[in-house]
Design a protein around this ligand. Structure first.
Ligand SMILES: Cc1ncc(COP(=O)(O)O)c(C=O)c1O
Ligand SMILES: N[C@@H](CCCC[NH3+])C(=O)O
Length: 430
């Protein structure tokens, strides 16, 4: 089936995903064997890849006073969280549900920042009870409500105001968050006034400042432009006698999906610290909230070709994964590499890889040249972040299983949902 003449591509997640003896492996486990046991579609993560991504941050940080708070919305499987908690990571959360997950995975609430534009009073109470490090507050009404909630509990909530620096991150509009027209943060030119309000509230203790300008950012300049604005604000706050213990510079670092060049974590961190130190804030703790750059290239989505269908204008490879399993392609026009799990030494042609869902938007990849037969397995690359977490049950499709590979072992970290489970909480009216 395979021969020496096949040029095996280098997976984006290499060396943790690689071809051996003509077939794709995650670490030391053959993907074919995993699918035999667990079926498809199947999310496969590499524990070593998660560790390597975190280590890239850790070695770049060195002895600097930095807390990495994993942006867990990227991949919140408990096993993934536990891995980050074990390595000392904190967590950036956006809901009480995510807080529950951090606690269940053994994460330290004192290393949690609570982000999000719409925290409810119940979520605020949950955060205060758990003792989170900081609430990143995104509006004045939220600030007032948090003060009330904390005051009622006899506490002062530790707060950073999330400011909106109006910087274009040069990414997809749906994942830009630091532009004036985005719903996030307090406009930076209103921030000093907001801080004065915060400092006077009985249930608030100002501890820091925060921004997050967007996701999948592949250039350095937006990060530096945002930092310059933040440091100008810090100067103004200093003049107003408002002390910042920490600067939270958000997440957003992009990863390679295709051929894009990305900014290494070390380059970003060195460049940011050069400015922070030059402006006299080298003694402040810095918080980062990376999500995608920690998990994105640590996972793949494996799917089986059910049917090959050729038409006058297109060739469709109809697979058993769909937009409900991986929504990024159709939602953001995002590119995910497609690897044949066991490449064939046969004539290739261009295929659109599509799912079984009743929407023309149900596509995973377009115009990919592959030699394919029905029954073949494909791997969608870079699916470790914003993959399974965004999965739905559309078309009453149970969500895929997730497996974590560690060397030559594989652990099912979430079994495939059953259709029975999908009915469990629904009632039929008499
Ligand atoms: C507040 C906040 N922090 C961190 C992240 C993680 O971002 P990324 O996965 O791009 O690193 C996000 C998502 O974009 C976010 O909204
Ligand atoms: N879900 C987005 C990223 C969202 C970032 C959240 N602030 C993606 O897949 O690219």
């Amino acid at each position: 089936m395979t021969s020496a003449s096949i040029a095996f591509p280098t997976p984006v997640g290499a060396p943790h995903f690689a071809y051996r003896n003509g077939t794709l492996y995650a670490e030391d486990v053959a993907i074919t064997g995993l699918v035999e046991q667990l079926g498809s579609p199947l999310y496969v993560y590499s524990r070593a890849a998660l560790r390597a991504a975190y280590e890239a941050y850790r070695s770049a940080i060195g002895t600097r006073n930095v807390l990495v708070c994993y942006g867990m919305k990227a991949n919140s499987n408990l096993a993934v969280l536990k891995e980050f908690a074990r390595m000392g990571s904190g967590f950036d959360i956006v809901s009480a549900g995510e807080l529950r997950r951090v606690l269940a995975a053994g994460g330290d609430p004192a290393k949690v920042v609570f982000s999000g534009v719409g925290k409810t009073a119940a979520e605020m109470r949950a955060g205060l009870e758990a003792g989170v490090m900081c609430f990143n507050v995104e509006s004045l009404p939220e600030l007032l409500r948090l003060s009330e909630v904390a005051h009622e509990m006899g506490q002062r909530a530790p707060v950073s105001l999330r400011v909106n620096p109006d910087v274009d991150p040069g990414t997809h509009p749906y994942i830009s968050t630091g532009l004036k027209e985005n719903k996030f943060g307090i406009a930076i030119d209103q921030a000093v006034a907001a801080y004065r309000t915060a400092a006077a509230l009985p249930g608030i203790r100002v501890v820091g400042v925060d921004y997050h300008i967007g996701s999948q950012i592949t250039e350095l300049s937006p990060f530096l432009d945002a930092l310059d604005k933040l440091l100008d604000l810090a100067d103004e706050l200093k003049a107003a006698n408002i002390h910042l213990e920490h600067l939270d510079l958000g997440g957003g670092l992009g990863i390679r999906y295709d051929k894009e060049t990305t900014v290494p974590a070390a380059t970003l961190i060195d460049a940011l610290f050069e400015r922070i130190e030059a402006r006299g804030y080298g003694d402040r703790k810095v918080v980062f909230e990376p999500g995608r750059s920690l998990a994105g290239n640590a996972g793949i989505l494996v799917t089986r070709v059910e049917y090959l269908k050729t038409t006058e204008v297109k060739n469709f490879a109809i697979v058993d994964a769909a937009m409900n399993d991986l929504i990024r392609p159709t939602l953001y026009d995002a590119y995910h590499g497609v690897l044949p799990v066991s490449p064939r030494d046969e004539a290739s042609r261009k295929w659109d890889v599509v799912g079984p869902i009743c929407e023309s938007g149900d596509w995973l990849a377009r115009d990919r040249r592959i030699a394919l037969r029905e029954g073949d397995l494909l791997a969608l690359e870079s699916a470790g972040a914003y993959g399974m977490v965004m999965a739905s049950n559309y078309n009453t499709r149970p969500r895929a299983a997730e497996v974590m590979v560690d060397g030559d072992k594989a652990y099912v970290i979430r079994p495939r949902e059953t259709v029975d489970e999908l009915f469990a909480s629904e009632s039929v009216l008499p």
